[in-house]
Design a protein. Sequence first.
Length: 326
Amino acid sequence: MIEWLPKLGENIGFDASSLRWLRQMGCQYIYAGIPDRDRKGYLSTADILSVKKLCQDADVALEVMTVPGFGLAMLGEPGRDEQIENVCRTIRAAGEAGVPTLAWNFWPDFYWDERVGYYPVKARGESTQRAFDYDRVKGAPPSEGIGVVSGKDMWDRLLYFAKPVVETAGKAGVRLALHPCDPPVPVMRGVARAIHSPDDYLRFFREVPSPANGMAFCQGVFTEMGVDVLQEIRRFGRMGRIHAVHFRAVRGKVPHYMEVFLDEGDVNMIQAMKTYKEIGYTGIIVSDHTPVVEGDKMGDFIGSGHVGRSFSLGYMRAAVQAVNTL
């Protein structure tokens, strides 16, 4: 019997320490953001190849990179056409550099803190987890510089951006993976969120049907939506739309939930891994947000430390082995 082997990795930095740690955890794939160091507005093939070489030297493959630099497109402001062309240049460069997948998101209030209802809480053994309470931001004014945005306007902005970008990706031989809005609420502080439910993804794939157009299936956000996560894995997996996976556990759903350890969430994560095998998914799977544990540094982003993610990666590797023997 041929073993099922998805590409276990992490969406974390490509510094030497992180790459060594990733290999120590038995993983060989990374999902990374590459900075535009000279501020030209796009990433060149040389920019991407330099990071790819760093990864290769550490025996790690650059499997997914994030799409930078399109804030004006999300705001619907002048200058977005130039940013869209720069994104297309980055996509072409990724294709030339041999990076198969680019991940992106589309909500202008891109925060994971108290501005959108998130806050830290203490959990088992004095670890730190992140919780969400919509009541903390219900009725709050729009974030500065964004203003009120209707659902129609946000969808118009999304499609204006996505159609040329997805077309470019198809020609470049690159796949795109759109992350759902987080938190997945219909409106956040007066700003509509276009992709906050499975139905939104279905509409998006109807509007932009190219095979290059896909999703970053974030299990955490799908749990927060309150849907049957395993059924959604099957549905979108059979459609061929899952281009990356965030293997994240959550307890609760909108309007109140908490990001937790993989063994504490509402979804049976062994069954989730079994479902990815069932649909034949062999792409990248990363742990994404994890609680902060002893040895991690508490920074601006809860869950980016090596120690907490080591627990998740060990769990993920064991889950793959388990489903290969069940």
